[in-house]
Write a protein that binds this ligand. Sequence first.
Ligand SMILES: CC[C@H]1O[C@@H](n2cnc3c(N)ncnc32)[C@H](O)[C@@H]1O
Length: 484
Amino acid sequence: MKLENRRLSNEEFMTIREEVLNTWETGAAIKDLQANIEYAKSVPREKNFALKLQEAKNNKQVLTQPRAGVALISEHLNLLKYLSEEGEADLLPTTVDSYTRQNRYENCTIGIKESVRLNRSMLNGFPVVNHGVSGCRKIQESLDKPVQARHGTPDARLLSEIIHASGWTSNEGGGISYNIPYSKDVPLERTIKDWQYCDRLAAIYEEHGVPINREPFGPLTGTLVPPSMSNSVAIIEALLAAEQGVKHITVGYGQCGNQIQDIAAIKALEQQTDEYLLRYGYRDTVVTTVFHQWMGGFPKDESKAYAAISNASVTAAMAKVTKVIVKTPHEAFGIPTKQANANGLKCTKMVLNLLADQKSYMSKKLSEQIQIIKEETKCILEAVFEVGDGDLARGVVEAFKRGILDIPFAPSIHTANKLLPARDHYGAVRYLDCGNIPFTDELKAYNRRMLEKRAKIQNRPVDFQMTVDDIFAVSEGKLVGKPE
Ligand SMILES: CC[C@H]1O[C@@H](n2cnc3c(N)ncnc32)[C@H](O)[C@@H]1O
């Protein structure tokens, strides 16, 4: 079937579904889609992820959500209950393990057996597909808060079928955001199509009375991604989801570090997502936002880690995002203990509470940065539509081929890798080299000017060494890299 940004017909969807459910034994238990929807409808409304986000948006409340996932059902349940009660998490995740993300379910079978034998998690997340709908329903039924699947799966079709049949009402990911940062050589045509399936599935539940939230993965590689590039990808995935009928979309952004630029990025993302959805005729979509606390290298020192978590929480509060994804003081080491995870959540919530009644005032600097991000994003998105001859899906594939969309430090061979980012003197992420991104001369000059200002102050040339210094800076306790 030719790649096209067009809603899958029922016949097309059900044909693909037949094949998807046969890719692992646990697909057999969810063959009856109507029965799956009836079950999902029985989940109490207060446990619906999409509705909880909508309520938070209306109440201007910032919700907290951790990442968390371990191999066995009972341990995972204990973990989520602890994060919900002790950690005061407003929304619950299930972070899925790396084997499942690559559809290597046979490795999960081994990992589950080893976890039982050794009495500790031998997988770096919860193997949703292997535990199947019975295991995932047990998780959902035992919790009193909404659950979301968080992963990094290029082909998440079976995973998505199982989680929604289990009453999980949110799914993270997208055809770009779960491909380019997560795999080496998976064609975009493939993952855009596979995520059209996931979006259509979410929409079918929605059309039968079960609101489902979809969340493109905002941060991408989480390494110096300029806000206009990550915003462009988020808006594109929101449009692709809306075309399939998705009504609840959370667009996301990963903290870059300069507070004004980060708040501006969230504001620009919110405004332009609404703008583009409206422009392309999607009128009844509920758009919320998510801010990911620092995604780069974390300090090992616990006090410094809490400083990074608190600092990110201030930005989340001032940007008035709908939810913030929380880091832990174990970030520099690996999978956190439940205590460390809960501590990151409590640290975050304390900052949010202290700032709940304050708001960031629109300043000249902030509105200037919002404008810059919106203009850069507009240049990118208009070019994507143009090279796709008006079809967004085909435009994405062509735009990556030409380097109009380009994600820095991505493992995928399907990104041009010509975009070079670096921080300006204030720590804002700028384009050191725009590669083939069709920015106006004014935007190129602005980025250059900001980097030259840093070069002058640091008495160094504008070059790649800035980028290298910036990559290691935060784990060395500063934001802007300094020359040796
Ligand atoms: C997107 C990458 C983020 O996901 C986090 N992460 C990955 N797997 C798990 C996990 N199983 N439990 C908690 N956090 C996790 C990781 O620490 C990093 O902050």
